[in-house]
Design a protein around this ligand. Structure first.
Ligand code: OFO
Length: 171
């Protein structure tokens, strides 16, 4: 059974994961509006991955006889300054999520909840990948700068991303 403190903290994290998904759909729609359909596909895959993260938390709460309580999801931004600025905002967001996961681990340890601590380790590893994959796109976009040809190429590359639910859930 989960303590109320841990249950509330995980419910807040479920909201954060759902917000991440919503934010990335908003980013994908911005990319569609500037004719970057490959980048939009990449962001839509990222949005789906966030739903897997939220779902994994929900399953865990249910397994531990807790109660999932869904809250309102904050409205994401609509516009960004550029493609690079959008990915930079995504990187900043992922860093924030990493610190939320770290805080959850700290809380689980303070509460001596070893099961939750163990469960959270999947997210700790996942955040390393999340930051690395967005960071790689930011670096490439910086290299390309204002080059139209480069932008065309990276859009093509980003469009190759295929979302694989099994590979992203760790199950
Ligand atoms: Fe759920 O990792 Fe991104 O936000």
């Amino acid at each position: 059974m989960l303590s109320e403190k841990i249950q509330n903290a995980i419910n807040r994290q479920i909201n954060a994961e759902l917000y991440s998904s919503y934010l990335y759909v908003a980013m994908a729609m911005y990319f569609e509006s500037v004719d970057m359909s490959g980048a939009a596909k990449w962001m839509n895959s990222q949005a789906q991955e966030e739903l897997v993260h939220a779902d994994k938390f929900m399953k865990y709460v249910n397994e531990r006889d807790g109660r999932v309580i869904l809250d309102a999801i904050e409205k994401p931004a609509v516009e960004w300054k550029s493609v690079q600025n959008t990915f930079e905002a995504a990187l900043e967001h992922e860093r924030k999520v990493s610190s939320l996961i770290n805080d959850l681990v700290t809380l689980a340890r303070e509460e001596s909840d070893h099961m939750t601590d163990n469960f959270l380790q999947w997210y700790v590893a996942e955040q390393v990948e999340e930051e690395a994959s967005v960071g790689e796109v930011v670096r490439k976009l910086k290299l390309i700068g204002d080059s139209g040809g480069g932008r065309f190429m990276i859009d093509n590359e980003l469009g190759q991303r295929i979302f694989n639910p099994a590979a992203n859930s760790g199950e």
